[in-house]
Design a protein around this ligand. Structure first.
Ligand SMILES: Cc1ncc(COP(=O)(O)O)c(C=O)c1O
Length: 395
């Protein structure tokens, strides 16, 4: 339970196997029990006062349980953060992180590749509270970012790579420009699963995850995490406390169980996705592959410099497409289900409709996103071949 486990000098896989684990405190049980709790009873007024003054003591269900603290410790160890706060969804994590830093009259700079509900948060919700948003080219470097920072800019929001259009961002350059002006950098790190990229090591202040995806890994729970440096961890906690967020103990349990196999699963997602993407690259229907490990992906050089691998999510842009052809492809697929989420063991397909404000998206309406799961890649390729036959017939 103690957050100092993040400081263990172990390799990533060892941390993933042990962080957040405390069998000695749980009758020798390997996995943290699922504590269902709202009220916590105290024997005396003094005992309650001591608990309230102690970080990570159990005082009330909304403030966390031994199960959610174990999950938080595991994520903090993976990300190298001073503290992780678990919340009920990835979107809740994004909201909690943003609200920690902005108030009326402030401004946020958001990458044009951001996940659409993040844009919705900024354009429709933050705006109501007097926070303005502008979008920047996800490929912007330090100079371009510096030129866009306003006196009231409080946050630069990054999502690298973008989860539909896959531009990889120059995070160190963005951090440099931001910190020169006292601006915080928040990053959606979901694509790398925390395994292939370490935002805080690159100067990012807050890393958020849709833990719903790879951390849980089995498409059966909603979770989010907010991990911050020592400097911002209290601001993050205050923001989340005020919002009344909490995480259900069953979901926290599924989160920590997923962490134990995270890097093994990710290696298979990576290998399978590369095989499927390479197959797509050889198909005559395909114009370009938006996969960070491919030279064709915008920002590929930053992926090569900063990431240690790639996950299972990428997009394909077809030379020619129509709604009917994309529908025929999706409907023909038997192994890849049509689904908006990702990060589970199963393969998925999703026609994408990228919304932009700062820079146009070259893929237009010819773009389809794939999540490659843990199945046999040759079976997936055969299924996709049948899908492309249907696509061509409907063009
Ligand atoms: C990149 C990214 N960030 C955040 C989220 C939000 O996560 P959740 O669905 O858990 O709210 C998603 C969900 O699809 C996502 O793809």
């Amino acid at each position: 339970m103690s957050t100092d486990k993040k400081d263990w000098d172990f390799k990533q896989d060892t941390k993933l196997g042990h962080a957040g684990s405390d069998p000695a405190g749980e009758f020798g049980i390997i996995n943290p029990p699922v504590y269902h709790a709202s009220t916590v009873a105290f024997p005396t007024v003094a005992a309650q006062a001591i608990a309230r003054a102690t970080p990570n003591a159990f005082t009330y269900g909304r403030h966390g349980s031994p199960t959610s603290f174990a999950f938080e410790d595991a994520v903090a160890a993976l990300e190298g953060g001073a503290r992780t706060i678990a919340v009920g969804s990835g979107l809740a994590a994004i909201v909690g992180a943003m609200l920690a830093f902005v108030g009326q009259g402030d401004h946020v700079l958001v990458c044009d590749s951001a996940y659409r509900p993040t844009r919705n948060l900024c354009e429709n919700f933050l705006k109501r509270f007097g926070v303005a948003t502008s979008y920047y080219d996800p490929l912007a470097g330090a100079k371009e970012i510096a030129a866009l920072i306003q006196p009231n800019t409080k946050v630069i929001y990054t999502e690298s790579p973008g989860s539909h259009s896959f531009e990889v961002q120059d995070i160190p350059a963005i951090v440099e420009a931001a910190h020169k002006r006292g601006v915080k950098v928040v990053m959606d790190n979901t694509w790398s699963a925390g395994v292939f990229f370490k935002p805080l090591d690159h100067g990012v202040d807050v890393s958020v995850h849709a833990a719903t995806k790879y951390f849980v890994g089995h498409s059966d729970a909603m979770l989010g995490t907010i991990t911050g440096t020592d400097e911002v961890k209290d601001a993050l906690y205050e923001s989340v406390s005020v919002l009344g967020y909490n995480v259900a103990p069953d979901d926290a349990y599924l989160g920590i169980r997923g962490m134990r196999t995270l890097s093994v699963r990710l290696k298979r997602h990576e290998a399978n996705a590369l095989k499927v993407a390479e197959w797509f690259a050889g198909r005559p229907e395909v114009e370009t592959i938006l996969h960070p490990a491919f030279a064709s992906c915008p920002g590929h050089e930053f992926w090569k410099r900063d990431f240690t691998g790639s996950s299972g999510l990428f997009s394909v842009v077809f030379k020619k497409a129509s709604e009917a052809a994309i529908t025929a492809l999706v409907d023909r697929l038997e192994l890849l289900a049509l689904g908006g989420s990702w990060g589970g063991f199963e393969s998925l397909v999703l026609p994408t409709h990228v919304v932009r404000s700062a820079v146009p998206f070259a893929g237009g309406e010819r773009c389809v996103r794939f999540h490659v799961g843990l199945e046999n890649a040759d079976d997936l390729i055969e299924d996709l071949g049948d899908g492309l036959t249907a696509f061509n017939a409907a063009l």
